[in-house]
Write a protein that binds this ligand. Structure first.
Ligand code: KG4
Ligand code: ZN
Length: 332
């Protein structure tokens, strides 16, 4: 009845036990602080920290759930996309565990798992739905017809939303990761919509590298003219966040209209953003659409979302061969 889910694709080492969609435990250790001084993830540091943490999080998750290894039905793990060394730690652990305990082994797609984080501790969802993943490394729109029948209809052509916010925020003096700081300092009354203006697109893709470069030019000008101060920082970063979230909302509403979808399921670290959450909720009530958002604690990478998708795959008889390779880039 229980699924063990393991996540190690980036800088969080996490293990969780779920029963169906109910989370019994979720233990996460992050190496984020070790990367902060470099302003971004250092893959070798992340790999080493995973290797140190994996035993601990799995044991702690079992203990917290009051479960024994004998209670487990299957082992699910993030198989990709992600950093190669980081993925290898979780995948090798999960494969050895499944083999030794004669349990089904299930390799899951990290991005799809993010969508299932929204369904943790909730009733099951009706397919099809529009899946929206907004994270540090990805911005993707999916039509999800079933757990093994989905299509990516839009993606980022360059920087992901989280990456763009983190990089620009850091240039403007905020600590890494900067996106949550921008979220907290966001002031709608200070937004200048003409500062960052993206040309309308007629597809579902997004591109943030142009506005990122514009943010660099604005910063250099402000500095050169002695006009860079707290007020300027809040104005530029609020306008930048507005442009990113507004762009994502436009793609979402276009997809819902064209595909006639009535349910939106969101996941990923950036879905913790208060402004994005309020725009989504507002859009939902104005258009009679169901928006399902993850609890804040399940927005960032975690083992529970991996277990939730793994449990559904196991129920459907979808298993992964023990010699299946990891994948570092988006599949499909
Ligand atoms: O999903 P995630 O943990 O990692 C990936 O799979 O990429 O997302 C991490 C991203 C980072 O860019 C982080 O700055 C961003 O999520 N993030 C936020 C907030 N909290 C975390 N972005 C906007 N607002 C937040 N409150
Ligand atoms: Zn993620």
């Amino acid at each position: 009845m229980y699924t063990l889910g393991i996540e190690s694709s980036c800088d969080e080492t996490s293990a969780a036990i779920v029963k169906g969609t109910k989370v019994l435990s979720c233990q996460t250790l992050t190496s984020m602080k070790r990367h902060a001084e470099y302003g971004g993830i250092i893959p070798e540091i992340a790999t080493r920290e995973h290797a140190k943490a994996i035993d601990y999080v799995v044991n702690a998750a079992l203990k917290d759930a009051n479960a024994d290894i004998g209670d487990l039905d299957c082992v699910a793990v993030t198989q990709g996309p992600g950093l190669i060394g980081s993925l290898l730690v979780g995948v090798c652990f999960a494969k050895a565990f499944a083999y030794a305990k004669k349990l089904p082994y299930i390799g899951v797609d990290h991005l799809l798992a993010h969508l299932f984080s929204a369904l943790l501790n909730k009733d099951d969802v009706q397919f099809p739905f529009l899946g929206v993943v907004v994270s540090g490394g990805h911005t993707q729109l999916y039509i999800v017809r079933d757990i093994d029948d989905y299509e990516i209809i839009g993606k980022t052509l360059d920087d992901a939303a989280g990456e763009a916010l983190d990089k620009v925020g850091r240039l403007y003096g905020l600590e890494y990761p900067a996106a949550p700081h921008i979220d907290r300092m966001y002031d709608e009354s200070k937004v200048d919509k003409s500062l960052f203006n993206l040309k309308p697109r007629d597809d579902y893709n997004v591109s943030f590298s142009g506005i990122k470069t514009k943010a660099v030019y604005i910063y250099n000008d402000l500095k050169k003219n002695g006009k860079y101060n707290k007020e300027a920082q809040i104005k530029v970063l609020s306008s930048f966040q507005y442009c990113i979230m507004n762009t994502i909302m436009k793609r979402i509403s276009l997809a819902c209209e064209v595909y006639g979808l009535k349910t939106i399921v969101c996941g990923g670290g950036v879905v913790a953003n208060s402004y994005l959450r309020s725009r989504l909720n507002h859009y939902a009530s104005a258009n009679d659409i169901d928006v399902i958002l993850p609890e804040l604690r399940f927005c960032a990478d975690n083992g529970a979302m991996v277990a939730a998708l793994g449990a559904r795959m196991n129920k459907k008889g979808i298993k992964t061969a023990l010699d299946a390779s990891i994948f570092t880039r988006i599949r499909k």
